[in-house]
Design a binder for this molecule. Structure first.
Ligand code: KG4
Ligand code: ZN
Length: 350
């Protein structure tokens, strides 16, 4: 079965084609991606209206590119999957509209997929995929969650952020340090030259017996230090502040994740979402898991940030398990705010 995946939830247009045979792990036939980073950089962040318009421009040429590199044609597509939420409403509507129109024209079903489900299943496309059950650390621009995952669609929330997401903490701190958008990778690059112990930054909720996160206080502390550095020739202190900020975020993420493994007696960890590309976070999670005889699984680096492959994959894995509510009337909606553990996702999985 061939599934086309269309991702347009934020600032990346991602298209991919996956193939499934029986119940073996789906394989990626081809994928294409267009990042809008350059377009939004001038504005210091994503401009939703520009994002939607750019998705409109990219989605069909990228679909053609994917079909061509897979040596496939439109008629060979069995299901058209798209990101139904969460994300920017206008951006989501582009992918949903094109997916449903394409499915209708082909006489094939369409399937709306949860963006975060795509992220957390994305390591199944790597050479060394995980097996269920596992704990998932989902760290993206808008979400920071710990989940106990027993199967596709079976997600129990262990911890969530009560304010900013980890990616947001990276992005906002980077902005305060005068770094461009997207802030996460820029802050990580500057941090390479800094001393991570130079600034004592807050690590909220660490002492509590809770798996929830809070990063708003960190942002305030970074702002206070960053203001003191403004104007002067402060290259080294800026790098030190970047390194200390990254250290505070990574420290909290790693400690809470280890507590989640212990609480669930789980020995497998999956890390997904854009912040999962952070090399310091990866190294720290690896070494902490090694100490506990646990295994950590990451998506391929290229699949850490938004992409179409994870949407096609999540759709294919749902179809294999018979838990996909296929739409053949092509009426669609999008869910800009859609908790992974809430209806209608849970209802569909029932
Ligand atoms: O998953 P993603 O591509 O988009 C969302 O669904 O949000 O995640 C984007 C987030 C941004 O906050 C970005 O700054 C962060 O991931 N990010 C990183 C790195 N690469 C991307 N944060 C820290 N270090 C990185 N290397
Ligand atoms: Zn994402």
């Amino acid at each position: 079965m061939r599934v086309l995946g269309i991702e347009t939830s934020c600032d990346e247009t991602g298209i991919a084609l996956v193939d499934t045979e029986g119940d073996s792990t789906p394989t990626l036939l081809a994928q294409a991606l267009h990042s809008q980073v350059e377009m939004h950089a001038d504005y210091g962040g994503v401009v939703p209206e520009l994002a939607s318009r750019d998705h409109i421009r990219r989605v069909l040429p990228l679909t053609r590119e994917v079909l061509q590199s897979a040596g496939a044609d439109l008629a060979s597509i069995d299901v058209v999957a798209y990101t139904r939420g969460p994300g920017l409403a206008g951006a989501l509507l582009v992918g949903a509209g094109v997916a449903c129109a394409l499915a209708a024209a082909l006489g094939k079903p369409a399937l709306g997929i949860h963006h975060l489900e795509g992220h957390l299943l994305s390591p199944f496309l790597s050479a060394d995929p995980p097996t269920f059950p596992f704990v998932a650390l989902l760290v993206s621009g808008g979400h920071t969650q710990l989940l106990e995952v027993t199967d596709v669609g079976a997600y129990a929330l262990l911890g969530d952020t009560i304010d900013d997401a980890a990616g947001e903490a990276f992005d906002k701190s980077a902005k305060l340090l005068g770094l461009g958008y997207p802030g996460g990778p820029a802050l990580a690059r500057l941090a390479e030259f800094g001393d991570r112990t130079a600034y004592a930054l807050p690590r909220p909720l660490l002492q509590r017996d809770s798996l929830d996160f809070s990063f708003a206080g960190l942002k305030t502390a970074v702002r206070t230090h960053a203001l003191k550095l403004e104007g002067a020739n402060c290259e080294q202190p800026r790098a030190d502040l970047a390194a200390s900020t990254q250290e505070a975020i990574v420290d909290v993420l790693v400690r809470k994740t280890m507590a989640a493994l212990q609480r669930t007696s789980c020995s497998r960890l999956v890390v997904a979402g854009g912040v999962g590309a952070n090399t310091v976070l990866r190294a720290r999670l690896r070494s902490e898991c090694e100490k506990r005889q646990a295994r950590v699984y990451f998506p391929e680096l290229a699949l850490c940030t938004d992409n179409g492959a994870m949407i096609a994959l999540a759709a294919a894995m749902r179809l294999q398990r018979g838990i996909a509510a296929l739409s053949s009337d092509y009426a669609f909606d999008v869910l800009p705010r859609w908790p992974l553990t809430a209806e209608p996702l849970a209802a569909r999985a029932a």
